[in-house]
Design a protein around this ligand. Sequence first.
Ligand code: ADP
Ligand code: ZN
Length: 605
Amino acid sequence: MDTPTEALHRVFGYDSFRAGQQEIIDHVVGGGDALVLMPTGGGKSLCYQIPALVRPGVGVVISPLIALMQDQVDALRALGVRAGFLNSTQDFGERQLVEAEFLAGELDLLYLAPERLRVEATMRLLAKGDISVFAIDEAHCVSQWGHDFRPDYLALSELHERWPEVPRIALTATATPDTHAEISSRLGLDQARHFVASFDRPNIHYRITSKSEPKRQLLEFLRTEHPDESGIVYCLSRSSVDKIAEFLVDNGIAAVPYHAGLDARTRAAHQSRFLREDGLIVVATIAFGMGIDKPDVRFVAHLDLPKSVEGYYQETGRAGRDGLPATAWMAYGLQDVVQHRRMAMEGDDAHRRRQVLHLDAMLALCETVSCRRVMLLDYFGQKGSEPCGNCDTCQAAPESWDGTVPAQKVLSTVYRLARERRQKFGVGQVVDILLGKKTAKVLQHGHDTLTVFGVGADLGNAEWHGVVRQLLAQGLLAVEPDHGALVLTDDSAAVLRGQREVRLRRDTLRPARAKVAASPKTRAAAAELPAEAAPVFERLRAWRAGVAKEQGVPAYVIFHDATLREIASRAPSTLAELGTVNGVGENKLAKYGEQVLETLADAEG
Ligand code: ADP
Ligand code: ZN
């Protein structure tokens, strides 16, 4: 049997553990239970894969990501790990084969869909085998507070009762204190050691920009910063997903849609293309992405506001798992706030309160004038970090200004409409009144005779929208759920009476993007490669694409970009030398070593 470090070198080909991994692995190998909170891309998989390899018996991994099990198992088999899975996508024969391997002790790791455990036959099967560790992946699925609740997860507390001597490790990237506590109690992990890794993802550049013309803004972002690179564009609705995907394709950018309205075959095909092809964009609703462990996603773009900071962080976390520079970009505007404020009013009281809390935190992140990363980390309980220098607010600090008077103008317009006319109107009308526009609707209602008519000529239309957006974000103004009319809140009065100052963020409709785009740090594909190594890297990529296609696996299953990059710049001439490259383990060296050396020799010749 290997030690954990030997397994890391020999099987995975990695030089060293990432922060937190070794401690967790040692604890589980020693038979202890663990609850692991680590950000997406932090390296959770090794935390159960290595114990499964090092301890006698089979590691059983409970994962809801059925569509990805095949890829996960393929990736492990490419490393020489004996892995299999059981889920509803298999026919009886396939399942029997895996069950036989399990019973014969011919597996190191068995992936199971949670609903399998409800089938008594599965429990009986497990009872006949020898289990080294239970890993509960995406453990936040047990939480009813969160957004990915899976009822089948509640049954996982039974594992401990039936196999008290087998260590359990629960892992998640969702780590607000509430979720954390819920996982711990629902899975009966009170006795488990809790490991909380840093939630920072330093290679991700965060940027939230004001939305003016979202399509044009997206196109410019893609063309200037991520041409021909893989990424995900998130939209709220299925129809906008379809529209944006079409728009990108019309503009010569390779993109496919993904949402729950597409049939299962199309969805699976698009996901599989995303994993296998270089430089494809998926435009998707949040239905896409859980567990997508494609390491070279170079950007995640949001065209609509996510419902919560947890959701935002999980979605953006899908960028840059390979540790190379990546961008989390979002365009956000007044309509997002209006729409979300309205949606947040749906459902019962408890649900509404939760939605509002989630939304307020998300809005605060959008409107902040200080470092976004500091705020994100603080949200996940990591207090007091230093400004990061790798987010938009750090790189071009937005001005904040005293918006008390404009705020009063907006609020008193809403107030007067309500008091003097017993009327409620949406943002458009309120801004037209402030600007003194004699539109048909203004004249029809006689709003040109209000005392506030035209008092806002000092600001433009876009600026007033910014003011209203921020008042909504700060809870100084509200929207009615059914018609989206503006109404005052309990906190409005203090502003109207001049007892409360309102700080606003100066919107820059044309953000300081050029500076960022020019920095080589954000262009991962070109980054860190000496000029003479670039064509070698391309040769290696072409070789990898051929092998991946032949085997029907994603390219990264053969080697990651980061590994190919290191091979290209170090140009090893012997197998032994190649074996020291990060990401080249024993199995891959034996399988591909000669071919890689030949490709290198061809590239030279
Ligand atoms: P998570 O499940 O936490 O999102 P993964 O387990 O998928 O993250 O790991 C993210 C990426 O980092 C993977 O591509 C993995 O191969 C790589 N990785 C994990 N641990 C190490 C390590 N110690 N050294 C180098 N790469 C690592
Ligand atoms: Zn910052």
